[in-house]
Design a protein around this ligand. Sequence first.
Ligand code: ZN
Length: 315
Amino acid sequence: MVVTAPLEIITPPKRYKPLARCIYCNRQASKFSDEHIIAYGLAGNSLVLPRSSCPKCSDATKRFENTCLRHMWWPFRTRLGTPSRSDPPETFRLRKMRVTNKNADGTISYEKMGVDELPSNEYPLSYVAYKFPPPAILVDRDPEADVNYEIFGKISKDEFRKHTPNNKDGFWVAPSNPNAFLRLLAKIAHAYATAELGQGIMRPILTDFIRGHSLRALEWIGADQIGPISSDVLHEIGWEIVTVKNVNYVVVDLRLFSFLGTPKYQIVVGELIDPIKAALSNKRTPYKIEVKAFFLGELSPFVGESIRVSGGSLN
Ligand SMILES: [Zn+2]
């Protein structure tokens, strides 16, 4: 067991000025809650926008944040020791999968072998997310064209092998929920851009999607590249203005768990209304949330399944 918990965030918390309206529905409410731009369970109080989410929108964002933090990443967060308001369960269910075929089109076939109930601190170290193509709007791709995206993962092979000693392909960690994950990215990016630029500066693109409506999300949300690994950076976030066909878009660049060499997501959050802001818009240095050095052990890339999205529509 190599991870020391809890993770210690050393970048001081940043608290923005409070806003008068909900950043998602633009309504005024009698009761607002503080918004953790990156959820508390991922970054503690690192970036907080006070009084900026109404009760209804809070419920909507909590739903997909829970899917990501309490399902997809709970074992990983537990091992890493990210902030948490509640204790992890005593056990996690580990789904055992066996790879049966690596198909010519890049997809992988697998079968379920069963489920193990493991003490939560013995769950094999694994991180799963997604590598999307770049947002269609930024690369002039037909938003209705078929595209592929992939699972991005890192696992401790040694820890997984204990549970499948005779299976050379190891485990297949079932993909979780790309729709919830896209909403998580959209929410972080929208809240960050609003905190940085203020309300009324841009015409938002993702707020209905964040509140649960459907959207052809890969038109606006994607990944640019896999970044270099730097050991002490937990998350990185920045914004820039990108002009496409004479429209100035506010684009947020986001890397979660940067130390794993994760994809850098690009999220197009709005159209800039105020042209003066565009003139000021040189690319910013990303804001980094750093942690005290820790040792995670050796992690291997996880062979991802290539997933076809017909008509470019994931939602
Ligand atoms: Zn609201």
